[in-house]
Design a protein around this ligand. Structure first.
Ligand code: MN
Length: 283
């Protein structure tokens, strides 16, 4: 099932290039007072909502998915987790390119661990990227995004995919420079998630997905998640040794070689096997 959030926070079911309004299924989310529980209420209740979607889909208004503004399918993550230097070919290009490394030694995820991006950076593809610090290099990084579905701590490697609600395409955009990643990767709109959540049952092996990003039609990054240094299970195992994971937490799994600058006016097309295609404008 492919579930999106669109326009004024409606819920959509994607069928091919059609979108069915299934917002009524959100009525299955239990009402909560203050403070609300950690995590995204839609993702936390995605199994009940899926039942509601099936029950109501024939009544929903249908339109072309290109007619709507796609928002981030997760509205309220507790965190966006990033995986630095998690493809060997990207490590190699970062070591070779002074505009990426800024004189620093480039290591791998084994030594860096993980980092966090600010939740306020999160947007959907229809909202686009608004560049900041345009006097500096701003890069795209396409990544497979894992959406956590359950509250989990100290998850074993073999059980790790059991806590996944689904997958999306992520853009971990970056201002290059000497500052900490958490600053340079957290500008408003520098975390793009979309175009929808493809539920976990549709993806048997997240560690064997082809993906690609083009900028104005030119292929910049093209790889497969089988080249991840820490694969999806290991990222979940590792992250959950440090953080409690909550429904809706977003794990951006890392980017391969080919990161490069984006400029206002650029048109990005991101594709990941099974999930689909996400188009993003840069301002
Ligand atoms: Mn990244």
């Amino acid at each position: 099932m492919r579930i999106c959030r669109y326009n004024d926070d409606k819920l959509g079911l994607i069928k091919g290039d059609q979108l069915i309004d299934v917002t009524i299924a959100l009525d299955d989310i239990p009402k909560t007072g203050w403070p609300r529980p950690h995590g995204d209420a839609m993702v936390a209740n995605i199994e009940a909502i899926s039942v509601g979607i099936e029950a109501n889909r024939k009544m929903g208004y249908v339109q072309g998915v290109n007619n709507v503004v796609l928002k981030s399918p997760v509205a309220n993550p507790t965190k966006i987790i990033g995986a630095p230097a998690n493809y060997r070919d990207h490590v190699a290009e970062a070591q070779d390119d002074a505009e990426i490394n800024f004189g620093r030694e480039i290591k791998t995820i084994n030594e860096y661990g993980l980092f966090l991006k600010a939740n306020s950076a999160l947007v959907g593809p229809g909202e686009g990227i608004t560049l900041g610090h345009t006097d500096r290099r701003n890069d795209h990084e396409i990544e497979l995004a894992v959406i956590i579905g359950k509250t989990a701590k100290n998850v074993a490697y073999d059980d790790a995919l059991d806590v996944v609600a689904g997958y999306s395409i992520g853009l971990d955009n970056t201002v290059r420079g000497v500052e900490d990643r958490s600053l340079r990767k957290s500008l408003d709109s520098y975390a793009v998630l979309g175009p929808w959540i493809t539920t976990a049952d549709e993806i048997d092996d997240p560690d064997d997905l082809d993906f690609q990003i083009t900028v104005n039609g030119e292929v910049r990054q093209e790889s497969n998640t089988k080249y991840l240094i820490y694969d999806c299970r290991k990222l979940i195992e590792y992250a959950s040794k440090f953080y409690t994971l909550y429904p809706g937490d977003i794990l951006m799994t890392g980017t391969p070689k080919g990161v490069g600058p984006i400029e206002p006016g650029d048109h990005l097309v991101c594709q990941v096997d099974i999930i689909g295609k996400m188009e993003v404008e840069v301002r």
